[in-house]
Design a protein around this ligand. Structure first.
Ligand code: ADP
Length: 165
């Protein structure tokens, strides 16, 4: 990794972004010159997300506007191809538990086979956020559970409006 080219991408669905994602993004922003939050916008997955790519990106933009070196972009190609196109040398992923590990190991092997020059970097979830996942937050919101400490305020309000009972 050359010192003048420390770009990383943080790929994911972010449906919606949680405080766990934001923790990883902000920690990555200290390690790299530029962090691109890459939001999956796959036509084949159309309709399967609660929020549109535009909405998901707006949530992340608003929650990261205080971090100067974070950009948010949609992508609909292979993650490694997007990383290459942006000149990124690293793909950042968060690891919450052993259950994440198996999936990430497989993903890593696949990505490495496609693009050996791009390194995957894993950040351990902070204990405080290690139990948060977007699907769990959506489920809580559906049944009127408390989600205010799990996601940014704007996201909590949007969730309550869209799926809260
Ligand atoms: P995917 O679409 O692959 O499920 P997500 O959009 O859920 O990915 O998450 C993107 C990245 O953020 C993944 O690396 C995931 O492990 C990580 N992540 C999600 N929630 C948390 C959390 N609470 N703490 C740390 N990392 C997390």
């Amino acid at each position: 990794m050359t010192p003048d080219n420390r770009i990383a991408i943080c790929p994911g669905s972010y449906d919606p972004v949680t405080n766990g994602h934001l923790d990883i993004i902000s920690r990555a922003s200290v390690m790299f010159d530029k962090v691109i939050v890459a939001v999956v916008n796959l036509p084949m997955r159309k309709g399967s997300t609660l929020f549109s790519a535009k909405e998901r990106m707006a949530f992340i933009r608003n929650a990261t506007q205080h971090i100067n070196n974070v950009d948010v972009e949609p992508y609909s190609v292979l993650t490694v191809d997007f990383a290459r196109a942006r000149g990124a040398k690293a793909i950042i992923r968060g690891l919450r538990a052993i259950s994440d590990f198996e999936y990430e190991l497989e993903l890593n092997q696949l990505n490495r086979a496609q693009a050996p020059e791009i390194e995957s970097v894993y950040l351990m979830a902070s204990a405080k956020y290690s139990f948060i996942r977007s699907s769990g937050v959506k489920e809580l919101a559906t049944f009127g559970g408390r989600i205010d400490e799990l996601v940014p305020e704007e996201v909590a309000n949007a969730l309550k409006e869209r799926i809260g009972r």
